[in-house]
Write a protein that binds this ligand. Structure first.
Ligand SMILES: Nc1ncnc2c1ncn2[C@@H]1O[C@H](COP(=O)(O)OP(=O)(O)O)[C@@H](O)[C@H]1O
Ligand SMILES: [Mg+2]
Length: 479
């Protein structure tokens, strides 16, 4: 910091010059001497002083006090008055400008210097205090948690911005009012108003917490709040000064939680529904196919005993039993494709890719996959996943080509399925599940069961790619 800069406002030339000498001797910089209001302003415009020594009785339209008021307003300038006057009304007027003091005329050199030193010290300390207070206010004001200060007598003395927003009231509306009158809390479960929140303030230890509550705004809207804390504030003499409350608006959190719950439920329902549909399908197949054939066999056996043409009847029976065997094979194949038991996953996917899918052409590539480390469960899952992905591309994508790749990394097998169709907005997936579309969810569930990673990337008009990475099984025992 350079020298402290002082402006002298004094219309008596001799006194002003004398004062300037004193100040310069004491190593202050005098940036100017003004004899009236206009001159003072002109000097300040050129270079701002740190302080003004102000004679109360000066020439011109404005006296020293009026000039001081202007300088304070325009330049936030601290003032020390020089005066020979001590009449009550002038002193009263001067007081209102919050001066750092009065130097009585006539003055002594040492007196002026000591006085200035004290005033400057006071000014510096106050400035620091104000700065740090502003910093704290800004910090507290801008934190995202709601914060309110309640005085010892339970009146509200401060709300930060977040607290204003949550409570629907501004600081000016509630300042000085009893907390119970302006903050209506109610129980989270019952919704009943909590009448006696005084109890909260039995703050024996420094900190307490409170669970979720509702805070009712003046317009009647109930805002859920949570993560609340209550801290007693003590001064240096350990005397209770008041209590600080903080809490958060948990509306979003509750919404997310309830959405997640809903989604969980739907997913579970989807799995159960899927299982039930599969059972119904198998039951129908057995009833309509195998069941009918067995009925026919039964009928033919009675014909065999009653009829004449035994040879013919045996032939018919043979045929029917052959059909029943075929039917059984078909059902069992549908339940678990036999190739999955007999061949490795690459072969099974290749065979899947060779089936007909309307206009969609499906290709398959695989490289160096460790087949001895893909057990039957993983095989089934990868197969079903691929079936669903092909069916989606055929149904939704309007794609020409679909490419399936099976690759290997050190510890896992990677299945990539890519189509060149219309793509879709992946961020809507959860909504789709809620609307009853479960295919992709089933894929994800299967991947999760295998401790794998599922990624889906889809761009409008640029197609869709699914990447599924599944850790290898431990080396399977050689049969
Ligand atoms: N390959 C794809 N190309 C374009 N859209 C797709 C593709 N796969 C899935 N979708 C979109 O995602 C939705 C959800 O798919 P899915 O969960 O399999 O249910 P579903 O096939 O029963 O509609 C589909 O309705 C479709 O809008
Ligand atoms: Mg589907």
């Amino acid at each position: 910091m350079g020298k402290f800069k002082i402006l002298i406002v004094e219309d008596a030339q001799l006194i002003a010059v004398h004062l300037q000498k004193i100040l310069q001797n004491a190593n202050y910089e005098v940036i100017g001497r003004a004899a009236n209001y206009e001159e003072a302003i002109a000097i300040c415009k050129k270079s701002t002083p740190d302080l003004a020594l102000m004679d109360i009785m000066i020439d011109g339209d404005k006296d020293g006090i009026e000039t001081a008021i202007e300088l304070k307003e325009k330049y936030n300038l601290p003032i020390i008055y020089l005066t020979a006057l001590t009449d009550g009304s002038t002193i009263e007027r001067a007081k209102k400008t919050n001066p750092y003091g009065y130097i009585m005329k006539p003055f002594q050199e040492e007196q002026v210097v000591t006085f200035l030193e004290m005033a400057i010290h006071k000014y510096t300390v106050e400035n620091k205090l104000r700065e740090s207070e502003e910093k704290f206010k800004a910090a507290v004001g801008s934190i995202s948690d709601a914060l309110l200060f309640v005085e010892e007598d339970f009146t509200v003395s401060y709300l930060n911005k977040a607290a204003e927003a949550i409570s629907g009231q501004s600081l000016t509306e509630v300042e000085g009012k009893p907390l119970v009158d302006v903050f209506k809390f109610s129980d989270f479960e019952t919704g009943n108003e909590i009448p006696n929140i005084w109890k909260w303030f039995n703050v024996k230890d420094n900190e307490q917490e409170f669970k979720s509550l509702y805070l009712t705004q003046p317009n009647g809207k109930k805002v859920p709040i949570g993560d609340g804390t209550i801290n007693a504030v003590f001064d240096e003499k350990k005397k209770l000064k008041g209590v600080v409350l903080t809490f958060k608006n948990i509306t979003k959190r509750l919404e997310n939680e309830s959405m997640e719950k809903q989604l969980e439920k739907t997913k579970l329902a989807a799995i159960i529904e899927g299982q039930e549909m599969e059972r119904a399908r198998i039951s129908r197949e057995i009833h309509d196919g195998l069941g009918q054939t067995l009925n026919a066999i039964k009928l033919n056996i009675s014909t065999f005993f009653n009829g004449a043409d035994k040879e013919r009847a045996i032939k018919d029976l043979q045929n029917l039993i052959g059909e029943a065997i075929l039917e059984t094979g078909r059902i069992s194949e549908n339940l678990l494709p036999s190739k999955l038991k007999d061949f490795d996953i690459s072969t099974c996917l290749l065979s899947l890719s060779n089936q007909k899918y309307g206009d969609l052409s499906v290709s398959f590539e695989s490289t160096e996959v460790k087949h001895d480390r893909i057990g039957i469960n993983k095989k089934i899952n990868l197969y079903r996943i691929t079936q669903e992905a092909i069916s989606n591309a055929a149904k939704h994508a309007n794609a020409k080509n679909l490419n399936i790749q099976l690759r290997s990394s050190a510890k896992s097998v990677i299945l990539t399925i890519e189509d060149d169709g219309v793509g879709f907005d992946v961020s809507t997936r959860n909504n789709k599940v809620l609307e009853g579309h479960h295919g992709l969810q089933n894929i994800e569930d299967r991947v999760n069961i295998m401790d794998g990673v599922f990624e889906i990337d889809s761009k409008n008009k640029l197609g869709t790619v699914l990447i599924i990475e599944v850790p290898y099984d431990k080396k399977l025992a050689v049969a």
